[in-house]
Write a protein that binds this ligand. Structure first.
Ligand code: 3PG
Ligand code: MG
Length: 389
């Protein structure tokens, strides 16, 4: 996919730029728990500053504050971290400001022309480095490219190049490992991936709807009855789909989850789940099988945990997959969101070839082949005749 790059912009020297980043970082009690999304675009900001940009107005959303100021989504910790990282990179921090949380204004999500006009006022160029938000047709993403010369920053460009390669020219065999809770959320991605991969490995809550489609009993596990037909169709597609052959289950009445005590009996069964029991992780046999597949392939895409990994009783499957992805000689790409958090929790985040900063964005790019943010940049390039490459 050809996107206009930083080098395609008019010379930034002496100019004012609007830079959209995705600093929507995870926080706990006002403290940033993972600053990857702030660290990566520093490269783009210093590139622009080194070329003499007069000023960078950086803008981002944080959380989902619903169109009005909300102290829970105050950017102060993000602003402080950005300043630290810029200073550590030797950048002139005086030429960078971080604007207010975009979603404090209802105009952002509505792509309101008046809000776009305020964003671009006084700006001469636009850089989009917010891959994680490129699937949102919001004002700060699709608005500025309508009038300003525009380009992809380094993070956005790299993310798109990696996913492009994965989808159009993967080294084979190509294995996708999908987890997460719901089939209904991932049906489009499952259908797109099944056409591209040699093996699709399915774990997490969504494996139960597939197991039900094979006639297995799922007990009290997460099941989407209205998706059983869709899973049966995928299973009948003739492509290799690997499902767990064993499961880690919790006894009836057992409790788990944030703020809950860990009660009940935990057992390995499978692949049929006894009545009233709930499958919360893949079993050890499946974990070993999945790890073998991951270690013996040439390309891996992983998105979604294999179980409720936040609870140590149900983390073994996700850990086994994370370790196999980290150890695999294959080209390994991990989608953002929960799989990124899992990798970070196991200390393996720097052991994969590409850790995406966008969970939703990478899945939507796989499913649809394009994103509103990318289309906006290409349209800007076409309009201004800049050499898109
Ligand atoms: C994300 O974290 O998924 C991106 O920053 C997009 O956020 P959103 O899902 O609230 O639009
Ligand atoms: Mg999201």
């Amino acid at each position: 996919m050809r996107l206009p790059q930083l080098e395609d912009l008019p010379d930034p020297a002496g100019r004012r730029l609007l830079v959209r980043t995705d600093f929507n970082v995870p926080m706990a009690d006002g403290v940033i728990t993972d600053d990857l999304r702030i660290r990566l675009p520093i490269e783009t900001l210093t590139w622009l500053l080194d070329r003499g940009a007069a000023h960078l107005t950086v803008c981002t959303h944080l959380g989902r504050p619903k169109g009005h100021p909300d102290p829970r989504y105050d950017l102060a910790p993000v602003r402080a971290r950005l300043q630290e990282l810029l200073a550590a990179a030797g950048a002139d921090t005086g030429r960078v400001t971080l604007a207010e949380n975009l979603r404090f204004d209802p105009g952002e999500e509505a792509d309101d022309p008046a809000f776009v006009a305020r964003l671009v006022e006084g700006q001469e160029l636009y850089v989009d480095d917010a891959f994680g938000a490129a699937h949102r047709a919001h004002a700060s993403i699709v608005g500025p490219p309508r009038t300003l010369p525009s380009a992809a920053g380094r993070v956005l460009a790299r993310e798109v190049a990696v996913l492009d390669r994965l989808l159009h020219d993967p080294k084979r065999p190509f294995v996708a490992v999908l987890g997460g809770s719901k089939v209904s959320d991932k049906l489009g991605v499952l259908r797109a991936l099944i056409e591209k991969v040699d093996t699709l490995v399915v774990g997490g809550g969504m494996c139960f709807t597939f197991l039900a489609a094979q006639g297995h009993r799922t007990g009290a596990s997460l099941l989407e009855p209205d998706q059983v037909g869709a899973c049966a169709e995928l299973l009948a597609s003739g492509r290799r789909i690997l499902l767990p052959g064993d499961l880690t289950v919790l006894s009836p009445g057992g409790t788990f989850g944030p703020g809950c005590p860990a009660t009940g009996e935990v057992r390995q069964v499978g692949p049929d789940v006894p009545d009233g029991w709930m499958g919360l992780d893949i079993g050890p046999g499946s974990a070993a099988d999945f790890a073998d597949v991951i270690e013996e392939t040439a390309t891996v895409f992983w998105n979604g945990p294999m179980g409720v990994f936040e609870d140590p009783r149900f983390s073994a499957g996700t850990r086994a997959v994370a370790e196999a992805v980290a150890a695999s000689p294959a080209f390994t790409v991990v989608g953002g969101g929960d799989s990124a958090s899992a990798l970070a929790a196991f200390g393996l985040a720097d052991r994969v070839d590409h850790l995406s900063t966008g969970g939703g964005a990478s899945l939507e790019l796989i499913e649809k082949g394009d994103l509103p943010g990318l289309a906006a940049l290409r349209e800007a390039a076409a309009r201004t005749g800049s050499a898109a490459r």
